[in-house]
Structure formats: structure tokens, C-alpha cells
Write a protein that binds this ligand. Structure first.
Ligand code: GLN
Length: 231
């Protein structure tokens, strides 16, 4: 038997559904930009990875409780998260937007006054919605995953929802009957989250892996696989 060191296995939590970053395909296999990216990083850096679709907020909580090694889930790098977690270098641009049902009478944030708006627990878009809800006078109802949140808008229970632009764009392109109200007012980036103060070199490996996959074209191939070249 060769004496090569056994590769370590790390467990990453992800969202249940956040296409094109993570979602179950027709065969119920988890695919998406994040899934391919973390697998490419692991291959490049010589470790094994198990990805668990826990749901976004549950994944972040599992990381905080040190039940898993990391989160890759279209997770926006924010100052609050950088204070709490070891966030990787950025990989994909994003920003929160509001979406309404196709053909809705809601044309701008001002039309949200007195109305019910759907948000997703623990997300940057929910924080954004909460930061402007007083100003625009809407109330909120929370969901644990994006699909249920979109359904609440599609069925007319809520008049709008807040989520990340690239995810809503993909949902609309793949048949969700929604319409985005306006461009995001801020641009942030997705990053991989780990706990601070790990004794191993996983954080360095994740960053090195992101850099290498971006440099050698692997990253662009992954993005093109899910979004084509016209992103
Ligand atoms: N990008 C958002 C955040 O980081 C939402 C992530 C998600 O819902 N998977 O909060």
C-alpha cells in the first residue's frame, strides 16, 4: 500500500434551492455553480468535500455551532459576517432586489405601502428589506427558502419579495412569473464562510482554490455551464 496521506473530508452546508448556485436536478442530484466550485477547489487543493443542503439560515447556524466546516450558499460577504466568520475572497457579484408578480400594479417601492412583502430568513436581502420597511411602510412575512417565497408572490399572498438579483434573474429566465422592480443599489460579492481560528489550513486552501480556478479558466467554465456566456 502506498503511504500517501489520506485526504481530509470537509463538510460544507448549502441552501436547499438557490439556482443557479445550488439546486437539485431532475435526478435529485445537487448541482450548481457553488457545488461545482467547491468540488473544483477540493480537487485542486487535495481534500474531499461533502455538501449538505441544509437550507441557508440552517447552514449558517450549523457553521456557527461548529457542526460543519463551511458554508457555500450564494453567501454575501458583509461586514457583520466578516466579523463573525472567516470569509473567503469574493467570487461572484450580487445585490438585493425586489420582485413582484408579472403584470403587478406595483411599479416601485412606494407602491409597497401597507402591503405584505415576503423575505427569506437570515439573508442579506431580508436585512435590506428590513432596513427600508419603515420608510416604505410595508410589512414582512418570512420564509426559509426562495421557492416558497416566490410562490407566495406568484399566488398573490405577498405583493413582492426580496432576493439576490442573479438568483431572481435565473428564476425568471427559467419560468418563474416574476418581474424585478429595479437594479440593486449596492454591489457585494459571494464568498465561502468558515469559522475563524481553525487550526488547519482550510481557509488558505479555499482562497488558493478560488484563485487557481479563476486563473486557469475552470471557474469561467463552471459559470458558463449554468448561465451560458451571456451573463
Ligand atoms: N446572498 C444572500 C445572503 O447571503 C442569500 C443567500 C441564500 O439565500 N442562499 O444572505
Amino acid at each position: 500500500q502506498p503511504t500517501a496521506a489520506k485526504e481530509k473530508t470537509y463538510v460544507f452546508g448549502t441552501d436547499v434551492t438557490y439556482a443557479p448556485f445550488e439546486f437539485a436536478d431532475k435526478n435529485n442530484k445537487y448541482v450548481g455553480i457553488d457545488i461545482d466550485l467547491i468540488n473544483a477547489i477540493a480537487k485542486e487543493e487535495g481534500f474531499k468535500v461533502v455538501v449538505k443542503p441544509l437550507g441557508f439560515n440552517a447552514a449558517v447556524q450549523a457553521l456557527e455551532a461548529k457542526q460543519i466546516d463551511g458554508v457555500i450558499a450564494g453567501m454575501t460577504i458583509t461586514p457583520e459576517r466578516s466579523a463573525k466568520f472567516d470569509m473567503s475572497i469574493p467570487y461572484y457579484p450580487t445585490g438585493p432586489v425586489a420582485a413582484v408578480a408579472k403584470g403587478s400594479a406595483i411599479k416601485s417601492m412606494k407602491d409597497l405601502r401597507g402591503k405584505r412583502v415576503a423575505i427569506k430568513t437570515g439573508t442579506a436581502a431580508a436585512d435590506y428589506a428590513n432596513s427600508i420597511k419603515k420608510k416604505y411602510g410595508f410589512s414582512t412575512v418570512t420564509f426559509d427558502d426562495s421557492n416558497n417565497m416566490y410562490q407566495d408572490v406568484a399566488t398573490g399572498n405577498s405583493v413582492a419579495c426580496f432576493d439576490d438579483q442573479p438568483v431572481l434573474q435565473y428564476a425568471i429566465a427559467t419560468g418563474e412569473k416574476l418581474h424585478i422592480l429595479a437594479k440593486p443599489t449596492t454591489v457585494k460579492y459571494y464568498g465561502v464562510a468558515l469559522n475563524k481560528g481553525r487550526k488547519d489550513d482550510l481557509a488558505a486552501k479555499v482562497n488558493a482554490g478560488i484563485r487557481k480556478t479563476k486563473k486557469d479558466g475552470t471557474y469561467n467554465k463552471i459559470v458558463a455551464k449554468y448561465l451560458g456566456n451571456g451573463t
